[in-house]
Design a protein around this ligand. Sequence first.
Ligand SMILES: Nc1nc2c(ncn2[C@@H]2O[C@H](COP(=O)(O)OP(=O)(O)OP(=O)(O)O)[C@@H](O)[C@H]2O)c(=O)[nH]1
Ligand SMILES: [Mg+2]
Length: 224
Amino acid sequence: MYRNKTVSAVIPCYNEEDGIRYVIEKMPSFVDEIVVVDNNSTDRTGEVASSLGARVVLEKRKGYGRAYKTGIPAASSELVVTLDGDGSYPLEEIRPLLDHLIDNDLDFVSGSRFPLKNKGSMRFMNQVGNMALTVAMFIFYFKGIRDSQSGMWAFKSSVYPKFKMTSDGMPLSEELKIEAILAPGVKFDEYHIDYHERIGEVKLNMWEDGLRNLLFFAKKRFFR
Ligand SMILES: Nc1nc2c(ncn2[C@@H]2O[C@H](COP(=O)(O)OP(=O)(O)OP(=O)(O)O)[C@@H](O)[C@H]2O)c(=O)[nH]1
Ligand SMILES: [Mg+2]
């Protein structure tokens, strides 16, 4: 419980046995439920997460977006926070994100990593890619946000059914923000957070995922 509200943390994971241990061990005690969505990992992600008290939801269909589309509706609390299973989003930011949501009576808060507090936390080319995608979001939607690709959010679980989520892959991150910004009656804001280098092996294919995310903006803009 945080400020009289129940809180679930939802974490998509693919082969994050080291990262997920770190994340769960540092999870604030006010988080009532940890939902780890495991995409058939070939390492011990699921075993590690459940041995540390998380509820593991197995989702055999691949993808970051698919994992969230299964995991968010499975969460049982009034508030949901999300983060990666690789230790890159600081657990200390959960409390200020929730405070920002509650104090300002918002429905959805996206953690913005930019401007980076710690310049070494993201490879330079990833910074360039992120910037390009955030500019693309502005071009397609005229919405000036700072971090279109952030994976750390806090929101009221009651607003999620208003969103039309289609992506099974990495574009889910930008899609969720577009939906939260455009859905009638949903109050959206960003909140500046810290970011760290990930634990474990990099899975993102910068060029392929970057291009896919860019094309997704265009597709969603014209076929929403
Ligand atoms: N369930 C599931 N989780 C995934 C999948 N792909 C990535 N993830 C998880 O989603 C989170 C974000 O993916 P990352 O690979 O860290 O992506 P990123 O943060 O853009 O890239 P990095 O710079 O490598 O950290 C991590 O917890 C991954 O384990 C997937 O196909 N299924
Ligand atoms: Mg990551």
